[in-house]
Design a protein around this ligand. Structure first.
Ligand code: ZN
Length: 133
């Protein structure tokens, strides 16, 4: 079902500061995109076959703003790429893992995404992601 790690989501307060850090580490910024459904702005850095995704809240109501408030900046989610997101969600739920999103929603990068509930996944917020590029 899972093909690879699509990206690792890292919560930052200030996107520009985050971008500057990852550029210092030698990574190349691929693009910045706003995701209104999540109230975030994201910046992508390809690393081999996967990406680092910096996620900064654009509103205090963003789930990422709440994450930073509670746990501080840092690794926020791990996204796994799947071929068939609907089937993957169905299979995951049938195995007793709670879903945050029962149906796919639009994410950054024209991907369809859905989150699994961290209470079901040993505290890790996992995203299943159908890459459409
Ligand atoms: Zn993500």
């Amino acid at each position: 079902m899972i093909k690879k790690v699509s990206h690792i989501g890292i919560a930052v307060k200030d996107l520009d500061e985050g971008i500057a850090l990852y550029e210092k580490l030698g990574l190349t910024l691929e693009g910045v995109e706003e995701v209104p459904s999540q109230m975030v702005k994201v910046a992508f850095f390809p690393v081999g076959d996967t990406r680092i995704e910096l996620v900064a809240p654009t509103s205090e109501d963003s789930p990422v703003a709440k994450f930073i408030e509670k746990r501080g900046e840092g690794v926020q989610h791990v996204a796994f790429a799947v071929d068939d997101l609907e089937a993957a969600l169905k299979e995951t739920e049938e195995k007793g893992i709670r879903l945050i999103d029962k149906t796919p929603r639009p994410g950054a990068h024209k991907a369809d995404i859905a989150f699994l509930h961290p209470k079901s996944t040993l505290g890790v917020l996992m995203e299943l992601c159908k890459e459409n590029h």
